[in-house]
Structures are given as structure tokens and as C-alpha cells.
Design a protein around this ligand. Structure first.
Ligand SMILES: *Cc1c(COP(=O)(O)O)cnc(C)c1O
Length: 367
């Protein structure tokens, strides 16, 4: 993706030459006469600002249609409408907690089976495929353990068994990966994260490259109505214009930070996929996460990722709070684990902040 291309595909207002996209708040659009339309009639169905974002995003992804939704979860729910009772979906074991919660509801309410498998182990997945398997739902970088999964073998396996490959690409974004071009059927993002990038918009986006999926998803998107508002669509367009710069900077900051943290006495384990600004840290037993969070000044204790500011999240009580304890145990989500979304601040500011907070997080040993 070239930044010059990005500027072009997000600039569409030829009538005025506006550099920045207009925000069309109108919910209704007048028709010239009976049987004629401007292409717009009612904003749930189609809105000019949303369409501009969707068209730009579909181009970035190598798809034919994108759907902007009111949240990342609304994107996943939109996709869930493709499943029928009796269908099985094989899902990344190490999954975003909100997705786990939604799938658990769908399983109980609609009798769709979600089987959690280790996509880092191809044989496990292959053995789990049955004639009922309708889809793979994969996070290519697992959360919060940051394991990077090689997807190529799964595209082939899916094609051989007529299975849909659904990729939650939130962590990577089209700047680092475009799964539709490689063989995926459906790609989704929580655009609340890197795409919006400034912690000021809740949004999701689903992209597909197949006409049949376009037909179903267009109907569901309009029918359910969790479509993205014009102002939020504008914010995503604006986010896209700096995506490449933000991704580069946060990835570079994260990689430099890992070099420093690996030698810290406070750190038992650094978990990093090799990509993005996302990493997790497991603190040694003598260090206390609660204390660390009290002492950070530049980094922020908050529950999100992919924004301009560096965030620290405690998966145990935040992103994964609804996961039963035994499931958390299996995934290594314990009370020493924190997840960091490294922002675009000056590297030294982030580093100095973490070093001082880690030092202060050491528990006193009682003799
Ligand atoms: C945040 C997130 C979601 C959910 O998106 P919302 O915009 O919060 O609804 C889904 N998947 C991943 C990987 C996420 O990080």
C-alpha cells in the first residue's frame, strides 16, 4: 500500500475538489422522478460518506465490497448470520474475549458449534474438520499470547473441503497483511483499533471478494442495521490517511522496547509475533501488576489497542473477564500477564516510563 494511493482512493469529491471528505448527514435522499434514483435513498442502506470509506477499504484489501459496521462485534455478528443450526466453526483457541462471548451465545441460542483449535498446529485442525465444518475463524496473531499463524496451508485445506476462511485481521491491518489476496474469503477488522487509530471511533469493517457473499452480506447489513454513522465513517477515512505512518512507528517502537525489556529482571517472558505494536509481558512472581499500573505515567491503563497512545491492558480482568478461569488457565492468561499496545510516542518516553514503573512494581520481601 502506497501512501499516495491512499490519498487518491480516499479523495472522491470531484464536484468541489474538496481534499477532505464531506460528511453526509442526510438520512433521506430525494428521487428525481418515479423509477429514478441517485443511487442513495435511505442512510441505513447506503450513505455517501460510508460508501467512500467502504470503497477505499475494499481496494486496500483486494476485495470487491466492504461493509462498515457500528463496531467490530457488529462485524462479527454480521458474519455469524451466514451460519445455520448444525453448522460447525473451527475457531482460534487463543481468541479475543468478546468474540468468545458472542460465539458462546450463538452456540447456546442457535445450536451452532464453535470448536476451539490450535491453528499453530496444522494436524490438530485437519483432524477437527468434519462434513459439518462451515468455516475457519482465525486471528492470525493470537491474543494475548501473540502467536503468529501461517495461513497458507489453511486456505488450501478450506478450499479442498468447501470451508469459508474468515480472518480477524484487527492486529495486522491491510498495511501489513491482505488475506483476501492470499486466499481468505472474509476479512474483518475492529476498526476501533489501528484503522481509526485515535481512540475516538467505535467501528468495524468486513470485506469480501465473492459475489455470492456480497449478496448475502449486503442484505444482512441493511436488514440488521448496525451500519456505521457518517461521522464515524469520516473518522475512519481520516485514520486511513495516516495508517502507514502509525503502523510503522508503533511497530518500530515495540521492537526497540523488546530489546530493552528482555534484559529486565522484572520480566519472565516477552510475547511478540514479530509484527505490529502489540506485545505481551509476563512479569516475574516478585513483581506486581497492580503496582506497575499505579506507577505508569506515559503509558495508560486502558482497555483497547492500536491507537496513538500506548496502552497497557490486564487481560485477566479486562478483555478476557468473561472467560471461565479454567479456560484462562489453559491459555496462560494469568495475573502476571499484561498486554501492551505500543503507540506512536517518542520511544524514550515509553521506555523510561516502563522501566521506572517496573522497578517500583517489585514486592518487598519480608525477611
Ligand atoms: C476489539 C476487537 C474486537 C471487537 O471490536 P469492537 O470494535 O470493540 O466491537 C474483535 N476482534 C479483535 C481482535 C479485537 O481486538
Amino acid at each position: 500500500m502506497k501512501s499516495t494511493q491512499l490519498a487518491q482512493i480516499t479523495r472522491t469529491d470531484d464536484s468541489t475538489g474538496a481534499i477532505s471528505n464531506p460528511i453526509y448527514l442526510s438520512t433521506a435522499y430525494s428521487h428525481p422522478k418515479l423509477g429514478q434514483s441517485t443511487g442513495f435513498d435511505y442512510t441505513r442502506t447506503k450513505n455517501p460518506t460510508r460508501s467512500t470509506f467502504e470503497e477505499a477499504f475494499a481496494k486496500l484489501e483486494g476485495g470487491i465490497q466492504s461493509y462498515a459496521t457500528s463496531s467490530g462485534m457488529a462485524s462479527i455478528q454480521l458474519i455469524c448470520n451466514l451460519f445455520k443450526p448444525g453448522d460447525e466453526v473451527l475457531v482460534s483457541f487463543d481468541l479475543y474475549g468478546g468474540t468468545f462471548r458472542l460465539f458462546d451465545f450463538y452456540e447456546r441460542q442457535y445450536n451452532i458449534t464453535f470448536k476451539y483449535v490450535h491453528f499453530e498446529n496444522f494436524e490438530d485442525v485437519e483432524a477437527a474438520v468434519t462434513p459439518q465444518t462451515r468455516a475457519f475463524f482465525i486471528e492470525p496473531i493470537s491474543n494475548p499470547l501473540m502467536i503468529h499463524i501461517d495461513l497458507d496451508a489453511y486456505y488450501r485445506l478450506a478450499q479442498a473441503h468447501n470451508i469459508l476462511t474468515i480472518i480477524d485481521n484487527t492486529f495486522l491491518t491491510p498495511y501489513l497483511s491482505t488475506p483476501l489476496k492470499d486466499g481468505a474469503d472474509i476479512v474483518l477488522h475492529s476498526a476501533t483499533k489501528y484503522i481509526g487509530g485515535h481512540n475516538d471511533v467505535l467501528a468495524g469493517v468486513v470485506t469480501v471478494k465473492d459475489a455470492e457473499l456480497v449478496e448475502s452480506l449486503s442484505a444482512f447489513h441493511n436488514m440488521i442495521g448496525a451500519t456505521l454513522s457518517p461521522i464515524d465513517s469520516y473518522l475512519l477515512l481520516r485514520g486511513l490517511k495516516t495508517l502507514h505512518l502509525r503502523m510503522e512507528r508503533s511497530e518500530r517502537n515495540a521492537k526497540q522496547l523488546i530489546d530493552v525489556l528482555q534484559s529486565s529482571p522484572a520480566i519472565q517472558e516477552v510475547l511478540y509475533s514479530g509484527h505490529t505494536g502489540m506485545l505481551s509481558l509476563r512479569l516475574n512472581k516478585q513483581y506486581d501488576v497492580g503496582r506497575l499500573l499505579e506507577h505508569i505515567k506515559v503509558c495508560i491503563f486502558a482497555e483497547s489497542l492500536g491507537g496513538t497512545e500506548s496502552f497497557i491492558t490486564f487481560p485477566y480482568t479486562q478483555t478476557h473477564v468473561d472467560m471461565p478461569d479454567d479456560e484462562k488457565d489453559k491459555r496462560g492468561i494469568d495475573q502476571q500477564l499484561i498486554r501492551l499496545s505500543i503507540g506512536i510516542e517518542d520511544f524514550d518516553d515509553i521506555k523510561d516510563d516502563l522501566i521506572q514503573a517496573l522497578e517500583k512494581s517489585k514486592l518487598e520481601v519480608t525477611p
